[in-house]
Design a protein around this ligand. Sequence first.
Ligand SMILES: Nc1nc2c(ncn2[C@@H]2O[C@H](COP(=O)(O)OP(=O)(O)OP(=O)(O)O)[C@@H](O)[C@H]2O)c(=O)[nH]1
Ligand SMILES: [Mg+2]
Length: 345
Amino acid sequence: MKFLDEAKVYVASGSGGNGCIAFRREKFIEFGGPSGGDGGKGGDVLVEAVDGLNTLIDYRYQQHFKAKSGGNGMGKDMHGANGKDVVLRVPVGTQIYEEDGDTQLADLTKVGQRIMLMKGGNGGFGNAYFKSATNQAPRKANPGQPGEERTIRLRLKLIADAGIVGLPNAGKSTFLAAVSAAKPKIADYPFTTLHPQLGVVRVDEREFVLADLPGLIEGAHEGVGLGDRFLGHTERCRVLLHLIDGTSEDAGAAYKTVRGELEAYGNGLADKPEIVALTKADALTPEAIKAQSAKLKKACKKTPVVLSSASGEGVKDVLRALWKIVGETRQTETNAPASEAPWPP
Ligand SMILES: Nc1nc2c(ncn2[C@@H]2O[C@H](COP(=O)(O)OP(=O)(O)OP(=O)(O)O)[C@@H](O)[C@H]2O)c(=O)[nH]1
Ligand SMILES: [Mg+2]
C-alpha cells in the first residue's frame, strides 16, 4: 500500500428534493384535496475513522465526493426518497482542515469515530402540508434546500506510542525490523526510508506501536533532504527513541544536529521524553564504544543505552525504557477525567 499523508478533496452534500403541488382527482371520490408530497432530504457528508488503513492514498485517485440529492415529492402524497450519504473512510489519526490548511475542523483519533461534516439540504414541503382550515386547496410548495459544498484538506498524523528519530543510516529501520514484524527497507545509503512505517512491539507481555521515520539532516526544517514534514507523525508519540550511529565520527555532534531539527520543527517535539541509544555496538571496539558514549553523554546529559540490532545487545533495555514511559502516560490518560463528559451529567 502506498503512503500518502495529505490530500485535498472536494465534498458536497445533497440538495433536498422539491415539494410537489398536486390534487387528488378521482372519479367517485369527493373532496380529493391537495396531495403533493414533500421532497426527500439530501445526503450528508460524513467522515469515519476505520481500522486497517494507514494511508490516504485512496484520495489521490478520487478527490470529488458528492452525496445524492433528495428525490422530489410526487402526487398521491408520495414523499421523495432521501439522498444517499457519502462516507469518507480515513485512517485513524486523520485531521480535517479547512481549505486554508490552518483551521482544524475535526481530529479522528479512534476507530469507529464518525463526524458529520456537512448536512444535506432538507426537502421542501408539498402542498398537502399547507392545507389548513382556511385554505383547503393551497397551490404552494417549497423548493428543497440546496446542499453545501467545500474543499477540505485531510492530514494524517499516525498514531504511534513511540517514534524513532535520527540521522540517515543510524539504524532506525533495522531496529524496527529487529523488534517487530514490520519489514522496512534497510540499506547502507542515506534516505532508504522515504515514509513512516509502523510496527507493533511486544515487551514483557505488553504491546505498543513504534514508528520508524525517514532520516533527518541538518537544515531539514528548511527543506534539506526529505525536509521535516514527516515529523508530524511523531507529534502524537508519547516518547521518542533517538538513535545515533556509533560508527559515525562524533556521536555527540550527530545528536545535536537532530535535536536542532526537532527544536526548529517545534510543536512540542523537543519537550517529549527521549530515550537515547548508541547503535551498531557490534561494529565497534570497546574503546570506541566508551569514547562515543562519553561524547554522547556530554551532548544529551544522560547515559545512552549501548545498542546493537544485529547482536541484540541493549535491545530489551531500550524497549523497557520506552514501555516505562508509554505505560505511564497511558495510565495518566485513563485516570484523567474524560474531556467529553456527557451533558447533562
Ligand atoms: N553492524 C551493524 N550494522 C547495522 C546495525 N543496525 C543497522 N546497521 C546497518 O546500517 C545501515 C543503515 O541501516 P538502516 O536501518 O537502513 O538505517 P536508517 O536509520 O533506517 O536509515 P534511513 O532510512 O536512510 O534514514 C544498514 O546497512 C544496516 O545493515 C547494527 O546494529 N549493527
Ligand atoms: Mg530507514
